[in-house]
Design a protein around this ligand. Structure first.
Ligand SMILES: Nc1ncnc2c1ncn2[C@@H]1O[C@H](COP(=O)(O)OP(=O)(O)O)[C@@H](O)[C@H]1O
Ligand SMILES: O=P(O)(O)OC[C@H](O)CO
Length: 498
């Protein structure tokens, strides 16, 4: 019997491959960062070819590290940064433009015009989303409008659209399979999450030819096999899910009301709401969590925070005041507080619950005594405050007060941040043994499709806690800090608006 499930985790800043065994344990990992392009302020792009080359490279490396052969791999599951938009030529496989990344704000004004036409409610009703440059639809339209010849070629059926899952599956299959899964489709602003189909009215409004769009399949299903040239024998490609939904699955949040928060490049809190759609009144979006079989899906409420770990990378790469992201913990602990400094990392606007496309990064409360450690600490704390905002919105929408918050993602390894998070929300924060829950979720989705695991109970049984952080700060102090944060956030609003 094959020994491993391979998870390909295509994140915003790096690609990873993890090989899991039957107990859900990590047997091999390889990871590589790739280039971020910022061609104009608030524009973000990736090279889709580099994403593919990096992803294939880490897959081969992870196998080589433990001498695994293709016949040792029962199936591949894919999980990906969502919304990021790729358009490529069906015949040559060449992207017609860089991938436009979820963080990119280039379509903000077009989104304003859609809202001004009074379309916000109908888009919300159909897609569960707010009209925002974050989602794929307006990015795809931008490519069709701005890349010479793209619209004509798309209308002739020569171009294909995909989010990163679709792009990777297409490349893995040697250009044979053009699919996405329910969870990724629900992030495009083009997919009707009630009727489970591409929405013709929205496609007409955005002027997007339907023939470019991938077939939408369950998140756990055999889509096909890898091209023989890649790993030797073909391997089944058996699952895909957006990274945040995969993490919800990997955290075994199967019961409505269960939630997780992932601290990666951004920070995303998702709550399983079962098989009935519920719309938020507090700035969250409704999204498809997963569909395990054709025509049936589970939904989630989501609070999307655009900049979280990316703010720590900013301290590292732009300000150069930490050498590595984990170093932020050392500096934060060197000081007792932030000395009144707040950092609002609205580098690409603000997502939930504010949805301000024109907010920009803001530092307030500086006095002559503010030093590097205060700034680092304030940046780390901003992750916790943003999470607080989203948590409150989620509790209000769902009517459920979370007994504890399950966390995962790269930055949740930061103990200072986790303790501060618990203090701010005044509730326990639970970190699992395996914080690679995104990759784990993708592995489970693929493993369930090929019978490597039998039921979702296997996922539940493999979940184990590493640490629980309990509130140590008194509620009044926490409230004072939150009040300061609210004031700071207000200062960032609308900054980039003429
Ligand atoms: N110990 C840490 N403290 C703070 N931030 C961290 C730490 N370790 C990683 N990060 C941040 O977490 C992010 C990486 O997490 P990851 O889950 O791999 O993200 P993604 O999937 O979005 O690429 C980076 O933005 C990095 O700055
Ligand atoms: O790269 P991550 O893990 O921060 O995830 C990005 C999200 O999928 C964007 O919606």
């Amino acid at each position: 019997m094959a020994k491993y499930i391979m998870a390909l985790d295509a994140g915003t800043t790096s690609n990873r491959c993890i090989l899991f065994n039957e107990k859900g344990e990590i047997c091999s990992v390889a990871q590589k960062e790739f280039t971020q392009y910022y061609p104009q302020p608030s524009w973000v792009e990736h090279d889709a070819n580099e994403i593919w080359a990096t992803q294939l490279g880490v897959a081969i490396e992870a196998m080589a590290k433990i001498g695994a052969k293709s016949t040792d791999i029962a199936a591949i599951g894919i999980t990906n940064q969502r919304e990021t938009t790729v358009v490529w030529d069906k015949n040559t496989g060449e992207p017609v433009y860089h991938a436009i990344v979820w963080q990119c704000r280039r379509t903000s004004e077009y989104c304003d015009s859609l809202r001004e036409k009074g379309l916000a409610d109908s888009f919300r009703e159909k897609t569960g989303l707010v009209i925002d440059a974050y989602f794929s639809g307006t990015k795809l339209r931008w490519i069709l409008e701005n890349v010479p010849g793209a619209r004509e070629r798309a209308e002739k059926g020569e171009l294909l659209f995909g989010t990163i899952d679709t792009w990777l599956i297409w490349k893995l299959s040697g250009g044979k399979i053009h699919v996405t899964d329910y969870s990724n489709a629900s992030r495009t602003l083009l997919y009707n999450i009630k009727e489970l189909k591409w929405d013709d009215e929205i496609l007409a409004e955005l002027n997007i030819p339907k023939c470019m769009l991938p077939e939408v399949r369950p998140s756990s299903a055999v889509y096909g096999e890898t091209d023989e040239a890649l790993f030797g024998d073909p391997v089944k490609i058996a699952g895909a899910a957006g990274d945040q939904q995969a993490a919800l699955f990997g955290q075994a949040c199967f019961t409505p009301g269960e939630a997780k928060n992932t601290y990666g490049t951004g920070c995303f809190m998702l709550m399983n709401i079962g098989d009935k759609i519920k719309y938020s009144k507090n700035g969250l979006v409704t999204t498809i969590a997963w569909g395990l079989e054709e025509g049936r899906v589970s939904y989630a409420l989501e609070g999307s925070i655009f900049v979280a770990g990316a703010a720590i990378q900013w301290l590292r790469d732009e300000l150069k005041i930490v050498d590595t992201s984990p170093d932020s913990e050392y500096y934060a602990k060197k000081v007792a507080d932030t000395n009144g400094v707040y950092v609002v990392p609205a580098f690409v606007g603000l997502g939930a619950p504010y949805w301000d496309q024109y907010a920009r990064g803001t530092i307030v409360g500086l006095t002559r005594g503010a030093n590097k450690s205060h700034l680092i600490r304030a940046t780390l704390e901003s992750l916790a405050y943003q999470t607080y905002d989203v948590l409150k919105a989620m509790e209000e929408d769902s009517g459920i007060s979370l007994a504890a918050l399950k966390v995962d993602g790269g930055a949740c390894k930061n103990n200072f941040l986790m303790q501060f998070q618990s203090d701010v929300i005044q509730a326990p924060v639970r970190r699992p043994m395996c914080v690679e829950t995104t990759a784990m979720g993708a592995a489970y989705l693929a493993g369930l499709a090929v019978g490597y695991w039998k039921t979702k109970d296997d996922v539940l049984n493999n979940w184990a806690i590493d640490n629980e952080f309990k509130p140590e700060m008194c509620p009044q102090k926490a409230q004072e800090l939150i009040d300061g944060w609210k004031k700071a956030v207000r200062c960032s609003f609308g900054w980039a608006k003429d």
